[in-house]
Design a protein around this ligand. Structure first.
Ligand SMILES: NC(=O)c1ccc[n+]([C@@H]2O[C@H](COP(=O)([O-])OP(=O)(O)OC[C@H]3O[C@@H](n4cnc5c(N)ncnc54)[C@H](O)[C@@H]3O)[C@@H](O)[C@H]2O)c1
Length: 283
């Protein structure tokens, strides 16, 4: 497992106060990394993430920063480098925001907020940190958390879909430009993950979730923890030859454009009756 070890390295995770960001921070700490945690000023879960990382014996530096204030991100990266006395080895552009709005109700303010956080902040933070990695001779890793929505559209999310597609392409461009410096850049594209990101969506979450589960070959939303393995692959020596790639962690959604299994005869397992898998294995 030494290939997955991050002992002696430092990883920066944005949006670390909850959801995927917290799971990523804890997973990176389990692999041996110290953490730089970034989230909105006053983000309620940040102290909990810090405590979880400390419980694993790893150190944290925490920064309260609204990433939508893109003009401040170069200064933030400079501060982090000064405080740590080195550039983080791994940058996880995880923070993201979404709103569920029909195309004709999206306001310029809503469009801009989503673009600022999901695209502009990803680019300008990566830009400065990559410059530091080059200057410090760090063979770094940049991982941008996009979404399956970077690859396929979903109604009510025109701004979000567009932002994730942009984040994907900017990360792939960084991969090409940074390869000569030994720095990799990849995207991790989750499917549906059980986090509070859609907490303010004006919809019946329970009804949507049960309908959507039918579309997921694995039959359920992911727990945030189930995206950590993919992140560690991209962050560690195990992923040294991966760059400019998209790691989709979606329970099979994108592979199944026609949910036909629902209309096929049930598949019966050969396991003995009563044993796991002896029932119809479809969700
Ligand atoms: N949950 C899903 O189903 C899902 C699916 C695909 C992709 N994603 C992506 O995964 C990433 C994490 O999402 P999540 O589900 O954990 O969301 P979440 O809402 O639970 O967490 C997002 C975190 O980002 C922080 N954040 C938001 N705006 C910020 C800003 N302006 N400045 C600083 N921090 C800010 C929030 O405070 C929060 O802690 C996002 O990029 C999201 O688009 C999530």
């Amino acid at each position: 497992m030494h290939r997955f070890s991050l002992a002696g390295r430092t990883a920066l995770v944005t949006g670390a106060a909850r959801g995927l960001g917290r799971a990523f921070a804890v997973g990176l700490a389990e692999a041996g990394a110290d953490l730089v945690l970034v989230d909105l000023p006053g983000a309620p879960g940040l102290a909990e993430t810090e405590a979880a990382v400390h419980a694993l014996g790893r150190r944290t530096h925490t920064y309260a920063q609204d990433l939508a204030r893109t003009e401040e991100l170069a200064t933030l990266a400079d501060r982090i480098r000064t405080d740590l006395d080195r550039t983080p080895d791994v940058l996880v552009n995880n923070a993201g925001t979404a709103a569920l709005e029909r195309f004709n109700t999206i306001t310029p303010a809503s469009w801009q907020q989503i673009m600022r956080v999901n695209v502009d902040a990803v680019f300008f933070l990566s830009q400065r940190i990559a410059e530091h990695m080059i200057a410090d001779g760090v063979r770094g890793r940049i991982i941008t958390v996009t979404s399956k929505n970077a690859l396929v559209a979903e109604a009510g999310l025109a701004h979000y879909n567009a932002s994730k597609a942009a984040a994907q392409l900017l990360t792939e461009t960084l991969a090409v430009e940074l390869a000569p410096h030994g720095i990799t850049a990849n995207t991790l594209a989750p499917g549906m993950v059980d986090t509070p990101i859609d907490g303010e969506f004006p919809f019946d979450r329970e009804a949507f979730e049960s309908a959507y589960r039918e579309r997921i070959p694995l039959g359920r939303y992911a727990d945030p923890d189930e995206c950590v393995g993919a992140l560690l692959l991209l962050a560690s020596d195990a992923g040294a030859y991966l760059t400019g790639t998209r790691l989709v962690v979606d329970g099979g959604v994108l592979a199944d454009q026609m949910p036909r299994t629902r209309f096929m005869p049930p598949y019966r397992s050969a396991l003995p009756p009563g044993g796991a898998g002896s029932e119809d294995v479809r969700p």
